[in-house]
Design a protein around this ligand. Structure first.
Ligand code: PLP
Length: 366
């Protein structure tokens, strides 16, 4: 029977194989990032004829997939990333999930996947976190990272949008990314590779963009850098973003600048939140093109005082230096800038319930 999407109710199939309390305590003592997965997963199936159906929370485990499933051949896949935070009173909250639901649907459109109603997206997150409540860590800087994703499951090798799809959410406890210390990172300037092109999938959150970023990422690591900076060589080397984080510049006069959404930049939820926090502080907040030349000159002249990257996983990360074979811009040993640090503290404070949620960004999960 086809269920109308507005009434998708989640059935929970209890796990017979829960991680023991002792094992869980060991994991939560040092969660890392993306290393451990919870007891459950939320799933909703879709078919072209039946729509979204069979919403359930089931025990975490391998997916049975036909070897001809189109996700394995043509990469028809999209994903999201958000976090659940435990507040001091024990309650569990997430941050702007409707923004992730909306972005999932923009990605779905680009990858010719079906759109998922916002209520089903948030319902899946709620149902999963309720089943996995004991996995939400409670130490400073820790969270339960939530990874919703959608894959084409139809077994068919012809090239077209799949007629069978599965949406899932998995969860993984995440530690404090920096072990408490906020140390500026070095970034490698990618000259030979792009993560996105005009008309491509840069604005969609899809696995293919990440696959394309892995080779330049290896190059970055070989040169002592943590991440890659992607530029648009067809547009004066306009700064785009890192492999999975947006970029911001703080100017001497208090202006906050981030590259405008050009079609090849991913619109981060953190990016949009930082723009709002900047406006709230009365900063001059500007989305515009900013080139590598302006970056170089701005650092040299002192016009640009801070640069930082932002995204859900690492929140706000100061960028100390960018470099390639020819040049280095910035100072890898400089301490984190004041504005970067205070924006980070404010955003983390809102997420973890210690700073007032002025914009109604928090959503209670448990
Ligand atoms: C997910 C992602 C970001 C950050 O988005 P948030 O919603 O802030 O986590 C930035 N760039 C790329 C390419 C991404 O995939």
């Amino acid at each position: 029977m086809t269920q109308s999407t507005t009434e998708l109710a989640f059935t929970t199939l209890p796990s017979q194989n829960l991680v023991s309390e002792a094992e869980l305590a060991v994991i939560l003592a040092n969660p890392g990032f993306g290393d451990h997965f919870t007891d459950y997963t939320a799933v909703i199936d879709w078919t072209k004829d039946g729509g979204w159906q069979n919403a359930r929370v089931e025990p975490y485990g391998p997916i049975a997939l036909d070897p001809a499933a189109s996700v394995l051949h043509y990469g028809q896949e999209i994903f999201e990333g958000l976090k659940a935070y435990r507040h001091a009173d024990g309650s569990v909250w997430t941050f702007r999930p409707e923004a992730n639901a909306a972005r999932l649907n923009r990605s779905a459109q680009r990858l010719a996947l079906p759109e998922l109603p916002e209520s089903a997206f948030i319902g899946a997150v709620e149902a999963l976190v309720q089943a996995d409540q004991r996995w939400v860590p409670d130490q400073d800087g820790e969270s339960l990272y939530l990874r919703p994703f959608m894959i084409a499951t139809e077994a068919f090798l012809g090239v077209r949008a799949a007629h069978a799809v599965s949406f899932r959410v998995i969860a993984s406890p995440a530690g404090n990314y920096f072990g408490g210390e906020l140390k500026p990172i070095s970034i490698w300037i990618s000259r030979n590779y792009a993560r996105a092109g005009r008309g491509g999938t840069g604005a969609a959150k899809c696995g293919g963009n990440y696959a394309a970023s892995l080779l330049p990422q290896l190059e970055a690591e070989a040169n002592g850098c943590k991440q890659v900076l992607f530029l648009d060589p067809t547009n004066d080397n306009a700064v785009e973003e890192l492999g999975g984080m947006n970029v911001f510049f703080v100017f001497k006069d208090g202006t906050l600048v981030t590259p405008e959404l050009s079609g090849s930049i991913l619109e981060g939820v953190t990016r949009s939140s930082v723009l709002q926090l900047g406006r709230d502080r009365g900063m001059n907040v500007v989305e515009r093109k900013i080139t590598l030349d302006e970056w170089r000159e701005g650092i040299a002249s002192g016009e640009i005082t801070e640069v930082f990257a932002c995204g859900t996983a690492a929140v706000i990360t100061p960028i100390g230096e960018i470099k390639d074979e020819q040049e280095s811009i910035g100072d890898p040993t400089a301490p984190a800038g004041e504005v970067s640090v205070s924006l980070r503290e404010e955003l983390l404070g809102i997420q973890t319930g210690t700073v007032e949620d002025r914009h109604g960004w928090l959503h209670r999960l448990a």
